[in-house]
Design a binder for this molecule. Structure first.
Ligand code: NAD
Length: 485
């Protein structure tokens, strides 16, 4: 835990082991917070709010900019990237990109601080003035998943901190270490004690306690749709503001005029990035029948070039799944697909060992949570692969007749996070952008998330948006004032 500007391990606390998914080794242990520990962290955030909310935007922005500079400093940057790979499994270059993403988010929001406006009205009829004040809410809670713990932390806490709120963060027990290390960097950068606290432990219990606490004014949750719905119900009891960033089953539509070589390479990169554990990875790839065979052939060629291994090796381009539970789920999806008659074109199993991959040959694979990059076709329309979120290295390719059929099939999902269309025809791009039911639509790319653009889903993929500009208002309460002398 991280409370009041320092690491905190309560005496006699039950400890949780954080496992390196590439080796099965325990990296470190963190305490499982009791209700009293959570209460202590909330009180500390509430006390710190009295100080932090009184600072000007310029002062808060200066401290956050200092943190950004510290994160970019080579030693700190590399330390965080290595820690992220060690606890989460992603290759080092992906961890570096994630820390760069955190820096970009800080720079984006600190750049906006001087453009936060209030409204002013002159009421001539009764000779009065009215205006709005934008007040920070208080203590804001952030509940994080394990797949991109650093980046998603920044989406939540940077707008909250900039607008004068204090933050209580609950990282996933699978990946809490990078978040705790980041809390220490923020403190070293000048964030006062208690402005950013982190508690580790079981999601359901801590989520329920935060939902019931009168001191918590807002909850931003990122995770599975199932846990998000529970969080929503719990938060309703005290009518809290809430953002839910949930799962996705992103569609990617490849039209017959797309550059097949280019888009198959980018589909493979987007799909197998983070071992397929990204909310916006393309989970259902719809390809026009006339280019279906050439797309599948090109995709298989690119998949064969993936080098599976320990993310720290420097040579691996795909790491293990985050934990054994995730791997069991993926094995369940693949076995179900096989029973349903789907065809596995490559992968579909735990690797036996690959000669020439540094550090992870043979037995090394057995200790980690590795799973081969997998491509599946001929998937029946009622398959679980199409109905549920498959959070792992499984690429599903489906033929479609035309754009109408592709959009109809893409929209036939409970999820609506991202979607993409690949075409050189602007009319097709426009139609897809308008008709796809998703919070974000990309044209000729996929999974590109920018701090300046609002991000979030529709349908079961969530509620509310993160990033962009408007999110700052989500962390502020608007008070109307009428003035007459
Ligand atoms: P998860 O739902 O298992 O856990 C997420 C967090 O919620 C963890 O910190 C967990 O401890 C906590 N939690 C679990 N049950 C809870 C409850 N009942 N109340 C409150 N908190 C609870 O999700 P995960 O496996 O860590 O992450 C993967 C999921 O996150 C995927 O579905 C993925 O698509 C989604 N995700 C969404 C986005 C997005 O921006 N939309 C981004 C990344 C990940």
């Amino acid at each position: 835990m991280y409370i009041n500007g320092e690491r905190y391990v309560p005496h006699g606390a039950k400890m949780i082991s954080v496992i390196n998914p590439a080796t099965g080794e325990v990296v470190e242990t963190v305490p499982s917070a009791s209700p009293a520990d959570v209460g202590k962290a909330v009180s500390s955030c509430a006390d710190a709010f009295l100080v932090w909310s009184q600072k000007s935007y310029a002062e808060r922005s200066m401290i956050l900019s200092r943190v950004s500079a510290m994160l970019a400093e080579n030693r700190q940057f590399e330390k965080l990237a290595a820690l992220l790979t060690t606890e989460q499994g992603k290759p080092l270059h992906e961890s570096r990109r994630e820390i760069e993403g955190v820096i970009a988010v800080i720079n984006h929001f600190t750049g906006l601080s001087s453009s936060l406006n209030t409204d002013f009205f002159e009421n001539k009829s009764n000779n009065s003035y009215s205006f709005t004040l934008k007040k920070p809410l208080g203590v804001c809670a952030s509940i994080l998943p394990w797949n991109m713990p650093a980046l998603i932390l920044s989406w939540k806490i940077i707008p909250a901190l900039l607008t004068g709120n204090t933050c209580l963060v609950k990282p996933s027990s699978i990946c809490p270490l990078t978040v705790l290390e980041l809390a220490a960097v923020f403190s070293a950068g000048g964030l006062p004690p208690g402005v950013f606290n982190a508690v580790t432990g079981p999601g359901e219990e801590i989520g329920e306690q935060l939902a019931q606490s009168k001191d918590i004014k807002r909850i931003s949750f990122t995770g599975s749709a199932e846990a998000g719905r529970k969080m929503y119900e719990a938060a309703a009891k005290t009518a809290k503001k809430i953002t839910l960033e949930l799962g996705g089953s992103d569609a990617m539509i490849v039209c017959d005029d797309a550059d097949i070589e280019d888009c198959s390479a980018k589909a493979v990169a987007a799909k197998f990035f983070n071992c397929g554990q990204a909310c916006v990875s393309p989970k259902r790839i719809f390809v026009f029948e006339s280019v279906y065979d050439s797309f599948v052939t090109a995709a298989l060629k690119h998949v064969s070039q993936i080098r599976l291994g320990n993310g720290l090796s420097g040579t691996a381009t795909m790491g293990p799944l985050s934990c054994e539970e995730s791997r069991k789920k993926i094995i369940g999806f693949v076995e179900a697909a096989q029973k349903e008659g789907a065809e596995i074109l490559c992968g579909g199993k735990i690797p036996a060992g690959v000669a020439g991959v540094a550090g992870v040959e043979g037995a090394e694979f057995e200790k980690g949570c590795f799973f081969e990059p997998t491509v599946i076709v001929n998937v029946p329309k009622e398959s679980r692969l199409l109905k549920e979120e498959v959070f792992g290295p499984v690429m599903v390719i489906l033929p479609v007749k035309d754009l109408d059929e592709a959009i109809a099939k893409a929209n036939n999902s409970d999820f609506g996070l991202g979607a993409s269309v690949w075409t050189n025809d602007i009319r097709r791009a426009k139609k897809a952008a308008e008709e796809l039911e998703a919070g974000v639509v990309w044209v000729n790319q996929h999974a590109k998330v920018l701090p300046e653009l609002p991000f979030g889903g529709v349908k079961d993929s969530g509620l509310g948006r993160e990033n962009g500009y408007e999110v700052l208002n989500d962390y502020l309460e608007t008070k109307a004032v009428v003035f007459k002398f």
